[in-house]
Design a protein around this ligand. Structure first.
Ligand SMILES: [Ca+2]
Length: 494
């Protein structure tokens, strides 16, 4: 008996530990920028459920993606490996399955976040867009079906079947000039109300699935990833969301005509030229705002379901992130593919039961590669060696806790031979481009990054300090691995 008792005690403690592991609700939103009310509060924006989430979490108001494009950002979050080590700085298309394991050989055996939770007793399920895919590229997805216990629908085609298209008027019939980005008639770069109920739209269906998962939560902890596709283009959501933003009330973002005169050229001004010449700026802003409020509503449905599930309420870590920021004409840019604050800064909210100082906001710098180790620490899991990020648990407990490591976002421009890097601390941002051009901004005095201060000698030490945040030997740009079994061309017609 003397020897048996401690064994029983250890067994009991072990099971208690498993029982008490928190659930994880991991919410990814596509192309959502800082316009939401808990961040920069674009005039008139309606995001009550983001406010609700902000009240019950820590708002990382100076969080940055690891790369300003869907694919690279998402691989970095889901593996914890930064692009400066993997070399995945850009989008890469034509995949079926986790081709990123071969795009970057150092990722070949990387453990996906959901798999890591499975390896430690969790049931891991996913739905919608977590790894890269698009509404209009069916069966082109970089999801790893092996990383989940269950995935909604076809894990290799997770969102394309769900989204209807409206009847579209061809550009010439609509009186618009040729040159619409992403091709004329397809109008992927466009805004149009859907004459459908929410129930027939993709993100609503993904949230329906997530609600069912919560209702049927079984014994043992759940890791659930919910990937919402709006406000990604095309800005097509049911008409009632457009009606919340009458065109005459829509406000353009702050911008300056001469903004690019002291800045790097992003190579996409032709998009902005077409928008302005065709008088589409307000209309597209309306579509983006309508899409944001549609996705805010879906977030509200998730929070409602969580609160209505006794097994999860009070025992669930919530993390919400977007894969990068977004331009609606700021710096004559649209979408992403740049390294300014507007492109790299993302919503990031984390609630950890009994840990996070909910309702607080911090400007301590965070990179989305920090999410993986943060969730590990919160759930009592080991942090895999592959992870480049640093846990944010200290900032969850005390949001003012200083972080010495700046945020780092990296990208390789199309016409440059080396990657570019944006580094942010609490106040300043330094960008060094692949062609050697440099920018330095003081966000306290100049939140829109209008004035490049790189030649200001008083800030030389700031530049030197931030430049140290760029790795000395960043990985070269990943090359498309045409021999990968996950390269679609190698799979025949599927
Ligand atoms: Ca995206």
């Amino acid at each position: 008996m003397r020897f048996l008792l401690p064994v029983i005690t250890i067994l009991a403690l072990g099971s208690l530990q498993v029982e008490s592991k928190p659930h994880v609700l991991f919410i990814a939103i596509d192309d959502l920028n800082d316009y939401i009310s808990p961040l920069d509060n674009h005039p008139g924006v309606q995001t009550p459920h983001f406010e609700r989430l902000a009240r019950r979490s820590v708002n990382f108001a100076n969080a940055h993606c690891a790369a300003p494009v869907c694919h690279a950002s998402r691989v970095a979050i889901m593996t914890g490996v930064h692009p400066t080590r993997s070399g995945i700085y850009r989008n890469m298309f034509g995949a079926r399955g986790p081709r990123w394991r071969h795009e970057s050989r150092i990722l070949e055996k990387a453990v996906v976040l959901s798999q890591h939770f499975r390896d430690h007793g969790y049931r891991a399920v996913g739905g919608g867009k977590i790894f890269h895919t698009l509404q209009w590229t069916p069966h082109d997805s970089q999801n790893d079906p092996e990383a989940w216990d269950d995935y909604r629908g076809d894990p290799n085609n997770p969102i394309a079947p769900d989204w209807p298209r409206p009847e579209l008027v061809p550009d010439d019939k609509a009186g618009l000039t040729k040159g619409r980005p992403l091709g004329g008639h397809s109008q992927l770069f466009g805004a149009a109300p859907l004459e459908l109920p929410d129930e027939k739209t993709g993100d609503h269906m993904v949230v329906d699935w997530a609600i069912e998962q919560m209702k049927s939560v079984k014994k043992g902890p759940l890791f659930m990833a919910v990937g919402l596709f709006r406000p990604h283009i095309p800005w097509e959501v049911p008409r009632k969301w457009f009606d919340k933003y009458p065109l005459e009330d829509v406000k353009l973002p702050p911008h300056r005509e001469d903004d690019l005169s002291d800045a790097h050229h992003h190579g996409r001004t032709h998009w902005h030229k077409w928008v302005v010449e065709n008088g589409q700026w307000e209309k597209l802003m309306q579509g983006y705002l309508a899409s944001i409020t549609y996705v805010d509503h879906q977030l509200g449905r998730l929070l409602d379901a969580l609160d209505a599930t006794p097994a999860m309420k009070g025992n669930t870590i919530i993390v919400l992130w977007s894969d990068h920021g977004f331009h609606i004409g700021e710096k004559a840019n649209w979408e992403k593919f740049a390294l300014w604050d507007q492109t790299t800064r993302v919503p990031l909210f984390i609630h950890a039961p009994g840990v996070s100082r909910d309702g607080a906001r911090t400007r301590q710098p965070a990179t989305l590669t920090d999410v993986y180790p943060t969730l590990c620490e919160l759930a009592g899991l080991p942090i895999p060696e592959q992870c480049d990020g640093l846990s944010l648990v200290a900032q969850l407990k005390d949001p003012g806790t200083r972080r010495d490591r700046p945020a780092l976002c990296s990208f390789q421009f199309w016409n440059e031979k080396a990657p570019s890097h944006g580094v942010a601390d609490e106040r300043y941002r330094f960008i060094r481009y692949g062609n050697g051009f440099e920018e330095l901004y003081d966000l306290k005095n100049d939140p829109h990054e209008y004035e490049n201060l790189i030649d200001d000698s008083k800030l030389a030490s700031v530049k030197t300090r931030l430049a140290q945040g760029i790795p000395a030997n960043p990985a070269p740009l990943a090359v498309l691995p045409k021999d990968s079994p996950h390269h679609r061309a190698n799979q025949g017609k599927k």
